[in-house]
Design a protein around this ligand. Structure first.
Ligand SMILES: [Zn+2]
Ligand SMILES: [Zn+2]
Length: 357
């Protein structure tokens, strides 16, 4: 008996509420086979979920069998997930469509198309990946390469929508501000097949202050103006261990970080975000159930709440993240003081603790 069979047998750890307008979920693992991801999503009470379609750290993976694909689709039907709208696979970390090296670009395109074909075999309608890095080359050219490669991928597949994620702005990453996303959209031919995923941690790390209502609305008004809400396909929900504008991609549990619970209260009451996958990628400490299950319930609890009603909860959660916030604030201040007097050039990341998610 596999792990997922055992879960079904003993009942799910969290009760899923299917009557909600907001599809809160998380990035689930695929232990026990790709179809097991559906069980893992049920187990945390998710109404949407993300997964890896293959190892995200390998260029080539074994093909997806017909049997596994059929079982995945059966499980989606049985547990009422619409694979066209509720599931958002995350692409391989290696993919860099903006790489100035043409041979490496080609390798990335092949890896991307392989992912997209897997999506279509599973009847999945959305696919999320990172826009990549210029690696120090000309940014305009990098964005052009990215868009050209997206065009190729769209031409070579049938229906899956390619969803580009915004980045935290470290190093030479492209796609860390709304102007970049707007430029990509402008260069993609079949715009119906292009969407964007906004990661709350990346947005904040890139310098958008979305902690309070005014800043929150300002960001989304700018998104509407430069990109358009019809291209908003999903959100990644993460609090941030690092302060505003730190350009660090350090996810934190909801309410523990520098973003704070108020930001997520605004999110859980924002009409613009109804019906799309809202996927947690918070640190789970090796436990794939409780942190996700708890944070999904927390986010669902925020719907309909006023600012005053969450004060107590907010303080309670801030305490849990206090130590890590202090640590990161210290690092941030140190870097700032070092950088002072010189240019405000961003420091290239070369940190083992930092991988982009
Ligand atoms: Zn991230
Ligand atoms: Zn990501």
């Amino acid at each position: 008996m596999g792990k997922s069979d055992k879960i079904v047998e003993k009942g799910f750890a969290y009760v899923r509420n299917t009557k909600l307008d907001y599809k809160f979920g998380a990035h689930v693992h695929t232990e026990g086979g790709i179809y097991s991801s559906v069980i893992h999503a049920m187990n945390i009470g998710a109404n949407s979920f993300a997964l890896f379609l293959k190892s995200p750290r390998r260029w080539v993976s074994p093909a997806l069998s017909d049997e596994d694909a059929t079982k995945f689709k059966e499980f989606c039907k049985r547990f009422k997930y619409n694979p066209r709208t509720d599931i958002l696979p995350h692409g391989s970390y290696f993919i860099n469509l903006a790489n100035p090296d043409k041979a490496k670009q080609k390798q990335s395109v092949d890896c991307l198309i392989d992912d997209l074909e897997r999506c279509e075999k599973l009847d999945i309608g959305l696919y999320n990946f990172h826009p990549g890095s210029s690696l120090g080359s000309d940014k305009e050219e990098a964005l052009q390469s990215l868009a050209d490669n997206i065009n190729t991928a769209i031409e070579r597949t049938k229906f899956v929508r390619i969803v580009v994620e915004n980045m935290a702005g470290h190093g030479n990453l492209v796609g860390s501000n709304l102007d970049d996303l707007s430029a990509i959209l402008g260069m993609v031919k079949n715009k119906d097949r292009l969407g964007f995923c906004i990661d709350t941690c990346h947005t904040f790390a890139a310098g958008y202050d979305i902690r309070e209502e005014e800043g929150w609305n300002k960001f989304w008004d700018e998104f509407e103006e430069k990109v358009g809400l019809e291209h908003l396909s999903s959100l990644h929900l993460n609090d941030s261990k690092a302060p505003l504008g730190a350009n660090r991609d350090l996810h934190q549990r909801i309410g523990w970080g520098f973003l704070g619970l108020e930001s997520f209260r605004l999110l859980a009451n924002d009409e613009r975000l109804k019906g799309i996958p809202l996927v947690l990628e918070v640190p789970n400490g090796g436990d794939n159930v409780v942190p996700y299950g708890e944070d999904i319930k927390l986010l669902e609890w925020l719907e309909g709440k006023g600012k005053e009603e969450i004060v107590e909860k907010s303080e309670e959660l801030q305490k849990l993240g206090e130590k890590e916030r202090k640590e990161q604030q210290g690092k941030f201040d140190k870097k700032r003081s070092k950088g002072r007097g010189g240019s405000r050039k961003r420091v290239k990341p070369n940190r083992a603790d930092e991988r982009s998610e």
